[in-house]
Structure formats: structure tokens, C-alpha cells
Design a protein around this ligand. Structure first.
Ligand code: GDP
Length: 263
């Protein structure tokens, strides 16, 4: 079991904690069969992953801002497009904010997705102030009775203080009336492995992450790092990305996820 958990990227520390709890349960319940042992562990993991709020928070009244944060290449832009499509299908009006002003290509890419899913786009100049872009998007949303601003952010150098300072500022600006930040979604690539926990700790310290979007779970990676993120930081997984098209997004299902860890 230890090997299975470590191979699934749960991480040595969290694996140790999980197995320690399992040992106590085994003793307490007098479990002697291997099958019962596995079921006990799966039940424990499912309960852990089910903790917290897995719904996306939306508060009617003013434009809600959902910030997408994470390092480059994890799937932020793609996830924004996927979420935009689902939200629009639910009847919400959506504007996308190209808050990664560092790379012109990022705004271009978001623009392409905006057209494809029929959402509005607000972008600024390359190298411009990302906070200003997000604030423009909020004002536009308020003026046009738009429900949601989905904001992309820069993801370079997550280890550098200046990016985190910039993200804090973007969050503050986005939270100014008429806007209200109701989700900060950290996008984590399932193939990243242990570094995902480091990323989660850093981003949540800066911008108070409310949920994880786990992308690229369609490959061979099992994404066990989210168990560490949930156990050590208390951040729930909300969405799962299962491919590169705009329809490849599903709500997180703890049962299915845990079964797949041991499959
Ligand atoms: P960003 O830099 O964080 O905005 O990342 P992008 O959205 O540009 O995505 C980076 C790459 O990952 C692109 O090639 C996407 O098509 C791919 N990608 C994003 N989400 C998924 C997913 O759930 N599954 C797979 N297989 N690829 C994905």
C-alpha cells in the first residue's frame, strides 16, 4: 500500500501519516484480511477528499471574480475556457480577463478561447498592469450585468517574491467593489508530482486558494499529490481536467479518484 501511494505521487510525508492512521484503525477494528485493509484505507482517503466545499462559490448581486492561479503550462487558460463554457450553459454571463500580461501569447490564446466559447474578453497591453486588466473586466462586467469574471494570471517564477506580490495585488484589486473574489482556483498539473505541494503552499500563502483544479488526469498520472494538498493544507479539489478540448472538465469525484489510485 505504501508503494502504491508513493507511486501515485501522494508523497512520503502524507503517505506516512495516512498509514499511521490506518494502523491505528486496523488495531481498533481488529482487521486481519488484506481486502478489508484496502477497503479501510480507501474509505479513509475518500472521507478525507470529501472534506471541504467542492462547489464553486457564486454570490449573486455583483460580478463574482474567479481567479485562476498556477505556474505556466499547468492548464490555466484551457481550464478557464472549460469553466466559461459550463457556466454559460448554466445561464451565467461571463467575461474572461487576460491577466497574464507578461506573455502576449497568453492573451492571444485566451482570446481564441473566448471566441470559441462565446465569452467576452478584456485584455491589456503586453507588460501592462495585470491588476488594471482585471479591474477593467470587473467594471465592464458590472456595466453589462455580467455575472462572472474569470481571470487568468501570470504563472512565471512561482518561487519569486515579485510574482506573489503581483498576485496579491491582483486579488486586492479584483475584490474592490463592484467586484468580489469568490474563488481562487489553483491549477495543478497531475503530472507535476511532489512539486505540486510546494506550489500549493506558496500560492495559498499569497492569495488564499479556495480550491484546486487538477488537470491532465487523462494521462497515466494519478494525481495523488492532491491528497497531500488536502491533508496538509486543507484545500479541496473542485474540478478535474480530462483532456485538451473545452468539454473535458468534470466535477471532482473522491470515490472515483480513490478507486483509480489503486487500479
Ligand atoms: P497555462 O500556461 O497554465 O495557461 O496552460 P495552458 O492552458 O496553455 O495549457 C498548457 C497545455 O496543457 C496545453 O497544451 C493544453 O492543451 C494542455 N492541457 C490543459 N489541460 C489539460 C488536460 O486536462 N489534459 C490534457 N491532456 N492536456 C491539458
Amino acid at each position: 500500500l505504501e508503494e502504491a501511494l508513493i507511486r501515485a505521487d501522494v508523497g512520503v510525508g502524507t503517505t506516512g501519516t495516512l498509514l499511521e492512521d490506518l494502523r491505528a484503525e486496523v488495531e481498533h477494528k481488529g482487521i486481519t484480511e488484506p481486502d478489508a485493509l484496502l477497503e479501510q484505507l480507501k474509505g479513509d482517503l475518500k472521507a478525507r477528499l470529501a472534506q471541504g466545499d467542492h462547489e464553486l462559490t457564486y454570490e449573486p448581486g455583483s460580478p463574482n471574480v474567479w481567479l485562476f492561479v498556477g505556474v505556466n503550462g499547468v492548464g490555466k487558460t484551457t481550464s478557464i475556457a472549460k469553466v466559461a463554457k459550463v457556466q454559460q450553459a448554466d445561464g451565467r454571463r461571463v467575461v474572461l480577463a487576460a491577466g497574464d500580461t507578461f506573455r502576449a501569447a497568453a492573451a492571444e490564446q485566451l482570446g481564441t478561447w473566448a471566441k470559441r466559447v462565446g465569452a467576452q474578453l478584456v485584455r491589456g497591453n503586453e507588460g501592462g498592469d495585470p491588476g488594471a486588466v482585471v479591474f477593467d473586466a470587473v467594471e465592464r462586467a458590472a456595466a453589462r450585468q455580467t455575472d462572472l469574471v474569470l481571470a487568468d494570471t501570470a504563472g512565471r517564477l512561482h518561487t519569486k517574491v515579485n510574482l506573489m506580490e503581483e498576485l496579491k495585488k491582483v486579488r486586492r484589486v479584483a475584490d474592490k467593489p463592484p467586484g468580489k473574489v469568490t474563488e481562487v482556483l489553483l491549477v495543478i498539473d497531475a503530472t507535476t508530482g511532489q512539486n505540486g505541494l510546494v506550489q500549493a503552499a506558496q500560492f495559498t500563502e499569497a492569495v488564499d486558494v479556495t480550491g484546486v483544479v487538477l488537470t491532465k488526469l487523462d494521462g497515466s498520472a494519478k494525481g495523488g499529490i492532491v491528497l497531500a494538498i488536502q491533508t496538509e493544507l486543507g484545500i479541496p479539489v473542485k474540478l478535474v481536467g480530462l483532456g485538451e478540448t473545452v468539454d473535458d472538465l468534470v466535477p471532482f469525484d473522491p470515490d472515483e479518484f480513490v478507486e483509480a489510485l489503486f487500479a
